[in-house]
Ligand binder design. Structure first.
Ligand SMILES: [Zn+2]
Ligand SMILES: [Zn+2]
Length: 341
């Protein structure tokens, strides 16, 4: 795998009072060491577990917003299963246009807010360098144009293709369907476990595409983005889209309602935009009101060979690829890299 040329450069820092050398490489570094889900920590801490869960499910947070969105889409912007039983251009196009608009609203909205209008300045921005506006590295000669092209042309197409196949299969009884009135508890539990299922799948496909051959021909397209913006999240090679969205195939085995399928796919596509926002969160009235980016994945983009998973399941801790954002962790990471090169 190639090492990014920027990975060893330091970034102008706005945090002169930073506590260590690693912090000075960033415009903003969140409190470290960054935390992974306490559900897997020993000894178990029920208080931490309740807090982690509440932060994700009982606040104005991505998961809650996405459940509301999936429900609204199901009731108002989704062809009924009776229609998806037979393939037809009309309902497929309807889903494609809907997904195109959803991604444009989320990634485009965040991009305009943070990067075009700079409404938040560099507050909570990990890396305050501008996105790359020229150069041969990017399709169409610029990072945002490149990212928009791969996200909208390939990303939305694969997202739509998986959804259409799942709805067609469910409508024809080829995959099991869950009815919330018969299994209300299972219905809720499956929503809660969806991010965990996604985390499991993401870690392993991500490790797979870091195998040198696949990295070179597939995943390097996503890693053109050393610094990231909202459109970078779903900017992937079509083969990566094929793998990335395949997590929804779990519902060939686990019975689901169409709302679960919509939540799963919208979680995949739309949190790719938010998690690559480049900002820790939306800063309103001196507070971070909505968590967006993760420093964990921002480090993956700058250094490439650490932090392959996300924080819902501590895969990186278990498999020795975790960078917790501290200076000592960075020194360990560099020593490991020297040993393996
Ligand atoms: Zn990424
Ligand atoms: Zn990667």
């Amino acid at each position: 795998m190639s090492k990014d040329p920027l990975s060893e450069t330091s970034v102008p820092s706005a945090s002169a009072e930073s506590s260590d050398a690693f912090a000075r490489r960033w415009n903003y570094r969140p409190p470290v060491p960054i935390r992974t889900s306490p559900f897997f920590a020993l000894p178990p801490s029920p208080v931490e577990c309740v807090k982690w869960f509440a932060d994700r499910w009982f606040k104005f947070a991505e998961n809650t917003i996405l459940i509301v969105l999936a429900t609204l889409v199901w009731f108002f912007f989704q062809p009924p299963l009776s229609e998806t039983r037979e393939w037809a251009v009309g309902w497929v196009l309807e889903i494609y246009v809907r997904n195109f608009i959803l991604l444009s609203l989320v990634a485009g909205g965040l991009h305009l807010f943070f990067y075009r209008w700079k409404k938040q300045g560099s507050k909570l921005q990990y890396d305050s360098r501008e996105l790359v506006s020229s150069g041969r590295l990017f399709t169409f000669g610029g990072q945002v144009r490149d990212n928009m092209f791969w996200s909208l042309a390939s990303g939305v197409a694969f997202w739509t293709a998986y959804e259409c196949c799942m709805f067609w299969a469910m409508a024809n009884g080829y995959i099991p369907q869950m009815h919330p009135s018969e299994h209300p508890v299972r219905f809720v539990l499956l929503l809660v476990f969806t991010p965990v299922i996604i985390s499991f799948h993401f870690y392993w496909i991500h490790r797979l595409i870091h195998i040198p051959f696949l990295y070179k021909h597939v995943h390097s397209l996503h890693h053109r983005n050393t610094n990231v913006g909202p459109w970078s999240g779903l900017s992937m090679h079509p083969v990566e889209h094929l793998l990335f969205f395949s997590s929804v195939l779990v519902h060939c085995l686990i019975a689901a309602h169409p709302i679960h399928i919509l939540f799963h796919m919208q979680h995949q596509a739309l949190t790719a935009a938010t998690s690559h926002a480049g900002f820790e969160g939306l800063y309103v009235r001196k507070k971070n009101r909505l968590a967006l980016g993760t420093f964990h994945h921002q480090m993956h983009h700058r250094f490439c060979d650490c932090n392959y998973g996300n924080l819902e399941v501590p895969w990186d801790k278990w498999f020795g690829s975790f960078h917790n954002g501290t200076e000592s962790s960075h020194q360990d990471f560099l020593a490991n890299r020297r040993r393996s090169s």
